[in-house]
Design a protein around this ligand. Structure first.
Ligand code: ZN
Length: 201
Protein backbone atom coordinates (compact mmCIF):
# COMPACT_ATOMS: atom_id res chain seq x y z
CA UNK A 1 0.00 0.00 0.00
CA UNK A 2 1.23 3.49 -0.85
CA UNK A 3 2.30 5.56 2.13
CA UNK A 4 0.30 8.73 2.53
CA UNK A 5 2.35 11.92 2.41
CA UNK A 6 1.69 15.65 2.44
CA UNK A 7 0.54 17.07 -0.90
CA UNK A 8 3.41 17.81 -3.29
CA UNK A 9 3.19 21.59 -2.91
CA UNK A 10 3.59 21.30 0.87
CA UNK A 11 6.45 18.81 0.52
CA UNK A 12 8.12 21.28 -1.80
CA UNK A 13 7.78 24.09 0.74
CA UNK A 14 9.36 21.86 3.41
CA UNK A 15 12.21 21.04 1.02
CA UNK A 16 12.71 24.76 0.30
CA UNK A 17 12.77 25.68 3.98
CA UNK A 18 15.34 22.98 4.65
CA UNK A 19 17.79 24.86 2.49
CA UNK A 20 17.88 27.66 5.04
CA UNK A 21 20.87 27.66 7.42
CA UNK A 22 20.13 26.04 10.75
CA UNK A 23 16.79 24.56 9.65
CA UNK A 24 16.64 20.78 9.93
CA UNK A 25 13.88 18.47 8.65
CA UNK A 26 11.78 18.73 11.83
CA UNK A 27 11.90 22.53 11.99
CA UNK A 28 11.21 22.79 8.26
CA UNK A 29 8.08 20.69 8.69
CA UNK A 30 6.91 22.70 11.72
CA UNK A 31 7.45 26.03 9.94
CA UNK A 32 5.69 24.83 6.79
CA UNK A 33 2.69 23.58 8.78
CA UNK A 34 2.53 26.87 10.68
CA UNK A 35 2.56 28.69 7.35
CA UNK A 36 -0.35 26.76 5.89
CA UNK A 37 -2.38 26.84 9.09
CA UNK A 38 -1.76 30.44 10.19
CA UNK A 39 -5.00 32.38 10.53
CA UNK A 40 -3.36 35.78 10.24
CA UNK A 41 -1.38 37.13 7.32
CA UNK A 42 2.00 36.59 9.00
CA UNK A 43 3.38 34.16 6.40
CA UNK A 44 2.52 36.64 3.63
CA UNK A 45 4.17 39.46 5.62
CA UNK A 46 7.31 37.33 5.95
CA UNK A 47 7.29 36.60 2.23
CA UNK A 48 6.98 40.33 1.49
CA UNK A 49 9.79 41.18 3.91
CA UNK A 50 12.10 38.63 2.27
CA UNK A 51 11.35 40.00 -1.15
CA UNK A 52 11.72 43.66 -0.09
CA UNK A 53 15.01 43.00 1.71
CA UNK A 54 16.41 41.04 -1.21
CA UNK A 55 15.66 43.99 -3.49
CA UNK A 56 16.85 46.73 -1.14
CA UNK A 57 20.10 45.38 0.26
CA UNK A 58 23.30 45.43 -1.76
CA UNK A 59 26.98 45.40 -0.89
CA UNK A 60 28.52 48.83 -0.25
CA UNK A 61 30.53 49.84 -3.33
CA UNK A 62 33.49 50.76 -1.13
CA UNK A 63 33.75 48.38 1.81
CA UNK A 64 31.34 45.54 0.98
CA UNK A 65 29.15 46.02 4.08
CA UNK A 66 25.35 45.83 3.75
CA UNK A 67 23.88 48.96 2.23
CA UNK A 68 20.67 50.31 0.74
CA UNK A 69 22.46 53.06 -1.21
CA UNK A 70 25.74 53.02 -3.12
CA UNK A 71 27.62 53.54 0.13
CA UNK A 72 26.90 52.03 3.51
CA UNK A 73 26.31 54.11 6.64
CA UNK A 74 29.94 53.80 7.74
CA UNK A 75 31.48 54.84 4.41
CA UNK A 76 29.00 57.71 4.03
CA UNK A 77 29.94 59.05 7.48
CA UNK A 78 32.43 61.91 7.01
CA UNK A 79 33.39 61.89 10.67
CA UNK A 80 35.04 58.48 10.31
CA UNK A 81 38.82 58.59 10.24
CA UNK A 82 40.08 58.18 6.68
CA UNK A 83 43.60 57.42 7.88
CA UNK A 84 42.64 54.05 9.41
CA UNK A 85 41.51 51.15 7.25
CA UNK A 86 40.59 47.83 8.85
CA UNK A 87 40.59 44.75 6.60
CA UNK A 88 38.19 41.94 7.52
CA UNK A 89 37.17 38.71 5.83
CA UNK A 90 33.39 39.03 5.81
CA UNK A 91 30.98 41.96 5.90
CA UNK A 92 29.46 40.28 8.99
CA UNK A 93 32.79 40.84 10.80
CA UNK A 94 32.22 44.60 10.77
CA UNK A 95 29.37 44.95 13.29
CA UNK A 96 31.08 43.04 16.14
CA UNK A 97 34.10 45.32 15.70
CA UNK A 98 31.83 48.38 15.64
CA UNK A 99 30.24 47.30 18.93
CA UNK A 100 33.55 47.62 20.73
CA UNK A 101 33.65 51.39 19.91
CA UNK A 102 37.43 50.95 19.79
CA UNK A 103 37.67 51.78 16.11
CA UNK A 104 36.57 54.96 14.34
CA UNK A 105 38.17 54.30 10.98
CA UNK A 106 36.86 52.60 7.88
CA UNK A 107 36.58 48.98 6.82
CA UNK A 108 37.24 46.83 3.82
CA UNK A 109 35.78 43.36 3.64
CA UNK A 110 37.48 40.89 1.34
CA UNK A 111 34.46 38.63 0.94
CA UNK A 112 36.41 35.61 2.23
CA UNK A 113 40.01 34.50 2.47
CA UNK A 114 42.44 32.73 0.21
CA UNK A 115 41.72 29.02 0.50
CA UNK A 116 43.10 26.54 -2.04
CA UNK A 117 40.98 23.76 -0.50
CA UNK A 118 37.74 25.70 -1.09
CA UNK A 119 39.08 26.95 -4.42
CA UNK A 120 39.11 30.57 -3.32
CA UNK A 121 41.90 32.35 -5.17
CA UNK A 122 43.08 35.95 -4.61
CA UNK A 123 41.14 37.10 -7.68
CA UNK A 124 37.89 35.85 -6.12
CA UNK A 125 38.30 38.35 -3.29
CA UNK A 126 37.94 42.14 -3.14
CA UNK A 127 41.71 42.63 -3.24
CA UNK A 128 42.02 44.85 -6.32
CA UNK A 129 39.58 47.32 -4.78
CA UNK A 130 41.58 47.25 -1.52
CA UNK A 131 44.76 48.25 -3.37
CA UNK A 132 42.83 50.93 -5.21
CA UNK A 133 41.56 52.33 -1.92
CA UNK A 134 45.03 52.36 -0.37
CA UNK A 135 46.28 54.23 -3.44
CA UNK A 136 43.41 56.70 -3.48
CA UNK A 137 42.51 57.21 0.19
CA UNK A 138 46.14 57.08 1.37
CA UNK A 139 45.46 55.76 4.88
CA UNK A 140 48.24 55.97 7.48
CA UNK A 141 47.51 52.51 8.74
CA UNK A 142 45.97 49.35 7.37
CA UNK A 143 44.89 47.01 10.17
CA UNK A 144 44.41 43.35 9.39
CA UNK A 145 41.64 41.70 11.41
CA UNK A 146 41.45 38.28 9.79
CA UNK A 147 41.01 34.89 11.40
CA UNK A 148 43.87 33.51 13.48
CA UNK A 149 44.05 30.24 11.55
CA UNK A 150 46.29 29.06 8.73
CA UNK A 151 44.18 30.51 5.90
CA UNK A 152 43.65 33.82 7.68
CA UNK A 153 47.40 34.10 8.27
CA UNK A 154 48.20 33.19 4.67
CA UNK A 155 45.75 35.82 3.41
CA UNK A 156 47.22 38.48 5.71
CA UNK A 157 50.75 37.63 4.53
CA UNK A 158 49.67 37.77 0.91
CA UNK A 159 48.15 41.23 1.38
CA UNK A 160 51.17 42.50 3.34
CA UNK A 161 53.38 41.56 0.38
CA UNK A 162 51.10 43.50 -1.98
CA UNK A 163 50.79 46.56 0.22
CA UNK A 164 54.32 47.02 1.49
CA UNK A 165 55.29 49.10 -1.54
CA UNK A 166 52.89 51.81 -0.31
CA UNK A 167 53.83 54.37 2.34
CA UNK A 168 51.44 52.92 4.92
CA UNK A 169 51.86 51.23 8.30
CA UNK A 170 50.66 47.65 8.20
CA UNK A 171 49.44 46.25 11.51
CA UNK A 172 47.38 43.35 12.76
CA UNK A 173 45.05 43.12 15.71
CA UNK A 174 46.59 41.53 18.80
CA UNK A 175 44.68 38.25 18.50
CA UNK A 176 43.21 37.05 15.25
CA UNK A 177 39.48 36.67 15.00
CA UNK A 178 37.93 33.24 15.46
CA UNK A 179 37.76 31.35 12.18
CA UNK A 180 34.59 30.70 10.21
CA UNK A 181 32.90 34.08 10.43
CA UNK A 182 32.21 33.31 14.07
CA UNK A 183 32.88 36.80 15.32
CA UNK A 184 29.82 36.57 17.53
CA UNK A 185 31.75 34.08 19.63
CA UNK A 186 34.38 36.70 20.43
CA UNK A 187 33.12 38.90 23.22
CA UNK A 188 33.38 42.68 23.07
CA UNK A 189 36.18 42.95 25.59
CA UNK A 190 38.34 40.46 23.70
CA UNK A 191 37.76 42.32 20.45
CA UNK A 192 38.41 45.65 22.15
CA UNK A 193 41.75 44.41 23.48
CA UNK A 194 42.59 42.87 20.13
CA UNK A 195 41.96 46.18 18.38
CA UNK A 196 43.73 48.31 20.96
CA UNK A 197 46.84 46.14 21.09
CA UNK A 198 47.90 46.13 17.47
CA UNK A 199 51.26 44.86 16.33
CA UNK A 200 53.32 46.05 13.39
CA UNK A 201 53.76 43.71 10.43
ZN1 ZN B 1 30.86 50.84 3.15
Amino acid sequence: MRRTEYPAVLRDLIAQLRQMPGVGPRSAERIALWMVQARQEQPEAIARAISATRTAIRPCALCGFFATDDLCEICADDSRAKELLCVVEQPTDILPLEKTSAFRGRYHSLGGRISPLDRVAPEDLRIASLIERVEKEKPNEVIFALAADVEGEATTNYLVELLKRFPVNLTRIAHGLPAGGGLESADELTLYRALSGRTKL
